[in-house]
Design a protein around this ligand. Structure first.
Ligand SMILES: Cc1cc2nc3c(=O)[nH]c(=O)nc-3n(C[C@H](O)[C@H](O)[C@H](O)COP(=O)(O)OP(=O)(O)OC[C@H]3O[C@@H](n4cnc5c(N)ncnc54)[C@H](O)[C@@H]3O)c2cc1C
Length: 384
């Protein structure tokens, strides 16, 4: 079998693989590094809608489908309208991002693209080999974004929820949406003993992405998500509309230590590397942050095992997932308390892992006595 060597190999050209390659190619330190990106698909479709929040100016602003400065949170206990300042909530469609990144990278020196299905990735000593059906590639630094759910299923130590959803892009006959305000979470729908909510991104007065979303262990049959969207729209008096596009997704929510699969020469990145925020499923912004950190780290030429992501926020996520897994029907009341008792921007900063310890204590203090007892129990179970 033919074998070719590179300085870096990136496995998977989705969000994390492409963002990493783009960041490396923008940094002159890596100009002489030969980098291969292996991806099985032609990536040009809208297979993802990426939303995230950041301070008003950001590197993807020219590609945004829409951004919002106001949001709403709803549940049976709470109705909240709030400003997001100093943040904005932003929406990107993946086809624009893939196209832009491929255009940036197409003529880059020392950059190689190969469309092939990766069959195996193995580390030996300080090198890692990547096998496709007909070829193998070797490098001292391999970044793997291929997510393998099997190890998650085999263990019980770390709870694994899914953020799973179906979204409909709809166009209505009449103007029914307020395009200035996104609906971040609306828990005021039948919970069916789980954590279920509607997420609505209005693009203009007649167009919106409406997603029926769960944070729970098991996926639903497709019809159930779709019936959820239909009955929500009907309840809001929205009956005349056309369905323009659909989106479906499952994002693992877990604190499983994916880094155990890293070696000196192999680093897992993106969802496969635990870059998904475990308590929410948001990954895109975390990936951008980790990519920036990784580029700086690679200049130190250290063992890839030293690229760590452990911090106290991971422990908070772990406790939150312990509680949400055990009391899945209580998601609505847990999120409602957080939004009721805190300025919403504090919650977004907390999810960005940018709060102080005192702010984190005040978020914990927002829970009811009963809810606090669940967290304390989870804490004791984790410690002892
Ligand atoms: C529908 C959807 C919507 C999402 N929306 C948001 C959002 O709004 N905000 C947010 O923060 N996060 C969101 N996420 C989560 C996360 O941002 C995305 O899943 C993101 O794409 C993860 O990046 P990644 O690089 O880890 O994985 P991917 O983008 O999935 O990249 C992995 C790549 O590997 C390729 N691949 C897989 N197997 C092989 C193989 N054997 N050989 C070669 N190539 C292979 C795949 O084709 C893919 O291109 C969403 C996820 C989904 C599914």
């Amino acid at each position: 079998m033919k074998e070719t060597s590179f300085d870096f190999i990136i496995c998977g050209g989705g969000a994390s693989g492409l963002l990493l390659l783009d960041a490396l190619r923008k940094d002159s330190f890596f100009d002489d590094y030969r980098i291969l990106l292996l991806e099985k698909e032609i990536k040009n479709s809208n297979d993802r809608t990426w939303c995230f929040w950041e301070t008003p100016q950001g590197p993807f602003d020219e590609l945004l489908t829409k951004k919002w400065d106001h949001a709403q949170f709803k549940s049976s206990e709470l109705q909240l309208d709030f400003q997001l300042a100093p943040l904005s909530y932003k929406m990107l469609r993946s086809s624009g991002v893939y196209k832009q990144l491929h255009t940036n990278l197409k003529h880059s020196k020392n950059t190689f693209f190969k469309q092939a299905e990766i069959k195996e990735v193995t580390s030996e000593g300080n090198q890692t080999r990547v096998f496709t059906s007909h070829e193998s590639f070797i490098a001292k630094r391999v970044f793997n974004s291929l997510f393998d759910p099997k190890p998650l299923k085999k263990q019980k130590k770390y709870p694994v929820l899914q953020q799973h959803f179906v979204g409909w892009y709809i166009k209505t006959e009449d103007p029914v949406f307020d395009p200035e305000k996104l609906l971040f979470m609306d828990f005021d729908i039948p919970q069916k003993k789980e954590t279920r909510f509607l997420y609505l991104l209005p693009l203009d007065t007649k167009t919106a992405l409406v997603e029926y979303t769960l944070f729970s262990e098991h996926l639903l049959p497709l019809e159930e998500y779709e019936m959820g969207i239909q009955s929500y729209l009907k309840e809001k008096g929205i009956t005349e509309y056309t369905l323009e596009e659909k989106e479906q997704g499952t994002i693992p929510m877990t604190c499983f230590p994916f880094e155990q699969f890293n070696t000196q020469s192999l680093l897992h990145i993106g969802t496969a590397g635990g870059w998904t925020k475990a308590s929410t499923g948001f990954t895109f912004m975390n990936t951008r942050r980790n990519v920036a950190r990784l580029c700086a780290f690679l200049k130190t030429d250290q063992d890839l095992n030293n690229f760590k992501i452990k911090n106290r926020f991971r422990f908070y996520d772990l406790l939150f997932l312990d509680v949400l897994t055990r009391y899945n029907s209580e998601g609505s009341s847990l999120f409602s308390r957080m939004f009721e008792k805190n300025p919403p921007v504090r919650i977004f900063h907390f999810l960005d892992e940018k709060t102080s310890f005192w702010e984190e204590l005040s978020i914990l203090a927002s829970f009811s006595l009963k809810q606090k007892s669940w967290f304390i129990k989870a804490l004791f179970q984790r410690i002892f």
